[in-house]
Design a protein around this ligand. Structure first.
Ligand code: MG
Length: 391
């Protein structure tokens, strides 16, 4: 089929999609990737992202990022870079909006706890869970489970996968989205881009939320060159921003400059990598090239320094760790309670779990817990144990 757009030859082209698991006629006004995006936006799992923790638990404040606003920021950055690289913006948007659908309540704390509970049943991986949400757990169509997204969207959603799980996926779907992990191949450029846009987004917004929460301060950030060089630049151009109450504008201006610098860096470094490798199409990107969407070496190093700073000073902050401990306790207690008494879950899950006492029951319980918002999980915990850990 001939190409109908002015996208680069290595971009994903909806007219050349590898298709959906259940074939469907084309939509009259939207291409397949636009349709994927719309299905994601209308899903239940997407709406729940608004009440799921990114770093700060949802109840700690109304202005912190949640998984929903994080996903929107990833989509914005991704689309903007995609446009410059002439790759598929619609697909980038779809993958970005779906990339966190499989996250448990309470962010990484919830995921670690659920992974622990599932240790003897194959564990819990949030990327695999995101795929499970769009392939199976969303139930809104008469003909099939899931959202029946295109191969390219599903490929991007499954951004990491253990070898064991890839082998299992390969059995269910030969030459499907698990194959590349067995063959050590890359995904499309659109998928690679979403991965990097995710990182750019959270590094920037975690600085913003960290400072807003008071857990990190502007002077502390002097040890982070990627932020501090733009803070200094903005302050020398606008000296009045050095004084309260204008500090907040200094923070925003520094973050804005830092984001732009990373976006331009990715565009530049990726264009160079593309010129070196010169893939003829998306299959060449997958099979013949190393990862191509990247930072320059200098920016990669600066980004890693920032990540280390956030890890030490924000993600491991005693105040964050305290709520983390409570969140993990909630997830573990819920897992134990539903495994013993599946009828405490919503009807469809209860019914499914009652059919099996082993790994299938455990997976059903994990699906139910993973789908919860922070506050629903906290309320369920209080209902089942009589103890209020987070309010
Ligand atoms: Mg993310």
């Amino acid at each position: 089929m001939s190409r109908k757009t002015d996208l680069a030859p290595y971009a994903c082209e909806p007219a050349l999609t590898r298709g959906r698991r259940y074939p469907e006629p084309l939509a009259p006004t939207r291409n397949d990737y636009q349709r994927d995006r719309d299905r994601i936006v209308h899903s239940t799992a997407f709406r729940r992202l608004v009440y799921k923790t990114q770093v700060f638990l949802n109840h700690e404040g109304d202005l912190f990022r949640t998984r929903l606003t994080h996903s929107l920021e990833v989509a914005q950055l991704g689309r903007s870079i995609a446009r410059s690289l002439r790759i598929n913006e619609d697909l980038v948007e779809a993958i970005s909006l779906a990339h966190d659908l499989g996250h448990t309540p309470f962010g990484h704390a919830g995921q670690d706890a659920l992974h622990g509970c599932m240790a003897e049943f194959g564990g819990f991986e949030h990327n695999l869970q995101s795929l499970r949400v769009v392939d199976k757990l969303e139930q809104r169509y008469p003909q099939f489970d899931g959202l029946n997204l295109t191969f390219e969207a599903r490929e991007g959603i499954l951004k990491h996968c253990s070898r064991l799980h890839a082998q299992q996926l390969e059995v269910q779907e030969p030459n499907g989205v698990g194959s590349r992990f067995l063959r050590r191949e890359q995904p499309s450029l659109e998928a690679q881009l979403c991965n990097l846009a995710d990182e750019i987004a959270y590094n920037a917004h975690d600085i913003d939320d960290g400072v807003r929460s008071g857990l990190i301060t502007l002077p502390q950030l002097q040890e982070v060159p990627l932020f501090d060089c733009y803070r200094a630049e903005a302050q020398s151009e606008h000296p009045e921003l050095g004084q309260p109450p204008l500090h907040r504008r200094l923070l925003y201006e520094a973050i804005r400059r830092m984001l732009s610098a990373q976006v331009y860096d990715v565009i530049d470094a990726t264009q160079k990598a593309l010129a070196d490798c010169n893939p003829s199409d998306v299959d060449a990107v997958r099979k013949e090239c190393p990862p191509l969407v990247m930072f320059s070496d200098a920016m990669r190093e600066r980004s890693q320094t920032l990540k280390r700073f956030l890890f030490q000073n924000l993600y491991r902050h005693p105040q964050v760790m305290e709520t983390t401990g409570h969140a993990q306790e909630i997830v573990r207690d819920l897992f134990a309670a539903y495994t013993t008494t599946p009828q405490e879950m919503k009807a469809a899950f209860a019914e499914q779990a009652s059919l099996d006492e082993g790994p299938l029951r455990a997976r059903t319980v994990a699906d139910f817990i993973a789908g919860m918002t922070d506050r629903f999980a906290a309320r369920e915990h209080e209902r089942l144990t009589g103890r209020r850990l987070l309010s």
